[in-house]
Design a protein around this ligand. Structure first.
Ligand code: BGN
Length: 380
């Protein structure tokens, strides 16, 4: 028989245990609530978000460096080396793109140990099926270039390409000329290697999906079809700006790009028109895959909107054979094989040609009137 006293003892013990359990449970709930609120108020950091987004195989979803650890330096023993698979097993689809402050070129180098001098890479354990040169027209955009290199190198390695990155830097401060720089880039890249595809790439556009493969199609390809700044849609049917890909044959068939668009706008439309005038059509990846994030910026100094672009565009039909690769004149001032890219600085002249204009004679103000009177009128 259990006595009344021991009954009470059991009851107190039971209540005590219950109290301890309730205390523990409420503490747990409290912590959950607190951490929930902390998470709401804490500024979301991309690295943290990625870490939370891990897949079953522990690969951070969207991290462009995710699969790079699977690459290694050549381990061939002199035996046969086979072509890489048609679809790279390293592809992972969507890429999370953000622009953390403080990124340095040294950091990009550290993360891409297999990239060689001049910004070149080829897969070590298989023969690449494609040889792609990426040509980037450039001036005053070093911080954009850092981000592009940070994303582009792992992106291209995941695609198992044999590739090189060429930055074509416009010397001097005369108005920027994107298309002429690309003509120079085409010729200088082809001088180095028999590339089978050239990607003409704006420095401020970051690809957001590695299934957007940097290889050429049967027709000139417009790759930047879905940009964030246009709501991930094509702004107009003939749009050919941002990032495009042509084989050397495509390029020469359309006489390259125009040399005479100085300043912002129109040159990409001219290039698009050239594609059809040369009897080709524009190929495009799907909207799901051809996605790009643009690094936000203001219009550059030295790249004012070109007011002549409407008139010039109206004449492309008559001018494309007269102006282009066959008339591209420039001077290479330097060629540097940097760790992450080949930097080619070119002098492309002005609207008046390659030679700098002769300096105007400095005439003392008092002498101006007599000089004017003595100068014969130009012939009509
Ligand atoms: C267009 C520009 C392109 C530019 C896109 C997107 C012109 C020519 C006049 C018809 N074309 O309007 O160069 O890439 O916008 O910004 O301005």
């Amino acid at each position: 028989m259990i006595s009344l006293q021991s009954k009470w003892r059991y009851l107190f013990m039971f209540l005590g245990i219950q109290l301890v359990v309730m205390a523990l449970l409420s503490r747990e709930g409290y912590q959950k609530r607190v951490s929930y609120f902390i998470r709401i108020f804490r500024k979301s950091d991309p690295a943290g978000a990625q870490a939370q987004n891990r897949t079953a195989t522990d690969v951070p979803v969207g991290n462009v460096y995710a699969n790079l650890s699977r690459l290694s330096k050549a381990e061939t023993d002199g035996g046969d080396i086979f072509y890489c698979p048609k679809t790279s097993p390293l592809l992972a689809g969507p890429i999370h793109v953000s622009f953390p402050s403080g990124l340095t070129l040294a950091e990009v180098r550290r993360k891409n140990p297999l990239v060689e001098r001049g910004g070149r890479y080829r897969p070590a354990n298989c023969e690449a099926r494609h040889r792609t040169a990426v040509v980037i027209p450039h001036r005053h955009r070093e911080h954009h270039l850092r981000f592009l290199l940070y994303y582009l190198h792992p992106f291209l390695q995941r695609q198992q390409l044999n590739y090189a990155i060429y930055v074509i830097h416009q010397a001097g401060s005369y108005t920027f000329n994107r298309a002429k720089l690309m003509n120079a880039g085409f010729r200088e890249a082809m001088r180095e290697e028999d590339w089978d595809c050239l990607f003409f790439h704006d420095v401020d556009l970051i690809p957001e999906d590695d299934r957007n493969t940097y290889v050429c199609d049967a027709n000139p390809k417009h790759a930047a079809i879905a940009m964030d700044k246009f709501g991930y849609k094509l702004p107009y049917q003939m749009y050919f700006g941002g990032v495009s890909a042509l084989t050397p044959l495509h390029y020469l068939k359309m006489n390259g790009f125009p040399n005479n668009y100085w300043g912002w706008g129109g040159e990409d439309d001219d290039i698009g028109v050239r594609v059809s005038l040369a009897g080709m059509s524009i190929s495009r990846p799907s909207l799901k895959v051809g996605r790009y994030k643009m690094i936000k910026h203001k219009l550059d100094k030295g790249n004012d909107v070109n007011p002549k672009r409407f008139n010039m565009l109206a004449k492309t039909r008559h001018t494309w054979k007269l102006d282009g690769m066959n008339t591209a004149e420039y001077e290479v001032l330097s060629r540097e094989y940097l760790p992450l890219y080949t930097n080619i600085t070119v002098h492309i002249g002005t609207e008046a040609g390659l030679k700098p204009l002769p300096p105007r004679p400095t005439v003392p103000i008092s002498a101006k009137a007599s000089v004017k009177a003595a100068t014969p009128k130009p012939d009509k």
